[in-house]
Structures are given as C-alpha cells and as structure tokens.
Design a protein around this ligand. Sequence first.
Ligand code: KG4
Ligand code: ZN
Length: 350
Amino acid sequence: MLVLGIETSCDETAAALVDDKRTIRAESVLSQTELHAPHGGIVPEIAARAHLEHLDGLIARTMRQAGAEFADLDGIAATAGPGLIGGVIVGVMTGKALALAGNKPFLAINHLEGHALSARLSHDVAFPYLLLLVSGGHCQLLIVEGVGRYRRLGTTIDDAAGEAFDKTAKLLELGYPGGPAIERAATSGDPMRFAFPRPLKGRPGCDFSFAGLKTAVRQAVENAGELSAKMIADIAASFQLAVADSLSDRTARALEVFKGQHPEGKTLVVAGGVAANALLRQRLSALAGEHGLALVAPPLKLCTDNAAMIAWAGVERLRLGLVDGLDFSPRPRWPLDPDAPKTIGAGVKA
Ligand code: KG4
Ligand code: ZN
C-alpha cells in the first residue's frame, strides 16, 4: 500500500510517499521560515501564496525521488485542518484533483491525527498510549485508543507551548522560530537565576497555561534594561526549565488517569515541534520510567510539521477503509476529540 501525503496547514509545504511497511519512500519539505522571519510570526496570506507556488513542484519531485508513478498510488492524503485556511485549501484542492484524475481514494487528514500517529511510523507502538502533543499551535494530553479514537484529558487555556517559546524568543530578540533559539541560548545559562511561575502546577486536572509565565518573562526583560548575552542565556534557561516543569507536572497527572483506565498501556508518546527539546525529552523519559512506561519520541524531522506523518495517517485510515468523499470541506478548526469538555478561558486552541 503506497500513499502520497500533502501538508500545507502552517508554514511548511511538504509532500511524502509512505508505504504500509512504515517506509518513507521519499519526502520533501520546504520551510517558509525565511519568508515569515521579517514579520516575527507567520503571515497567513504569505503562507497560502507560497504553498500555491511550490506544492505542485514538490509533489513532482517527491514522486521522481521515489521512482513512483501516480498509477502506483493506493491513496492520496492531505491535511484538511486544523490550520490556516488558505494553506489548507491549497493542499486539499491539490489532493482532490490528483484523486479525481487518477481515480484514487482521497483521505482528509486531521493534522493533529498526523502528529498523534507519527510515533507508529517511526516505532513499533501499540494502542493505547498517552500522547503529549506540543507544537506551535497545540498543547494537549490525549489518550490514543486507536485510529480515530482519541480522548482528550487536557489542553491549554491560553497559549500553546511552542507559542510560549516563540513569544519569549521575540522578547529576547532571538528571532523566529523561537524554540531552537531558546534551547541554544539556554545551554550557557543558569536555569535557577529566575524563579518563573509554573502556571497550574499542582492543581487538579491536566490543562495547561503559559500566559502567567509569559508575563513574568516580560517583566524580567523589562527589569534587565540592557540585555547582555549572559542575561539572555539565564532568562532562556530559566524559562525552558519552567516550561519543562510545567509540562511534566501536567503529564504526571495524565499518566495517573491513563494507568487507571488502561493498566495494559505501556507507552508515553511526545510529538509536535516542541518534542524536539532535549530537556523536555529528558524529563518525560524519567517520568515515564517512574510509571513503568517507555517514552517514545519520533525523530526530529517527524516531530516538526511534515508530510510523512500525513501520508502515514492516510495508510492507517485506508487500511480501515476510512476514506473521504471529494465533497469534504476543509476544517480550520477541528478538534481530535469533539466530546472533550470545554475548557474555561479564552482562546482555547483546537
Ligand atoms: O509542530 P510544529 O512544527 O508546527 C506546528 O504545528 O505548530 O511546531 C513548531 C513549534 C514552534 O513553536 C517552535 O518554536 C517549536 O515547535 N520548537 C521547539 C523546538 N524546536 C521547535 N520548542 C522548543 N525546543 C525546540 N528545540
Ligand atoms: Zn503541527
């Protein structure tokens, strides 16, 4: 079974060919970071235009690299949400056109499902598992019971974890994207210099909050006046530790719930761009060990946005016959668990 995956929901244009033996036959990712960097964040119109300009060429290149013809495909999977609507429309329309022209099944993939199942592409992970999904747009704890079967235990009530990294990097004038820049700066910093808050730590439930932490960082930056390299490193290190602490605290609570409901569960999975963070991986690995579970983190290129995870979600769905019609409408907001209780607080992320 061979599936073409298309990803255009944010600032990466990507195409990949993945088979049901978990082999990535070919993949191409074109990052738009340089286009958005001067604006300090993603500009949706610029993103959509760039996807439109590059997607066709990227798909052609990926097919060539794999030595595959469109006739060889068993399905075409495209991210159909959640994400920036302009980009999602570009990917979905392209996927549908290819499906229609080649008379192939079309698979409308939830981007979050792509992240959620990515660990099963890189590792031999059985259902059920607990997933910490941490990216630029999302911060959630989910029990993954099977393909299409997700139960959300917690989500952010304000910012996503990656968003907190990006905003802090902006305050520290470290550029965009912020996560890798903060991690680099933190290596020479003192994580104990600033006692930043760990919002919601020790409180019941598994929700996240990063707004208070962001305010504390802003105050530290303002009090510092001139930002010396040492000050930047110390703030970055103290911030990173606060995020890692807060994410592990919430995950520890979710692990209790998961173990109570699924004593047979063996795995904690971390996915999404922030999963690239080494300190976070270290903390989660220790936490999983304490609970008798293994931590699985997909390789970095599968953690940040990519099309291999979308193609793989396509394989998983196609195997179960879960195909979509060509009338499927893109969904800019699309929760993985529609039954999850609504979280209090404004700006709840999908
Ligand atoms: O999954 P992703 O590529 O895109 C979304 O779907 O959002 O995640 C991107 C996010 C950005 O906010 C970026 O700052 C963060 O992941 N990130 C990191 C690291 N690498 C990327 N955060 C912390 N440490 C890193 N090493
Ligand atoms: Zn993502």
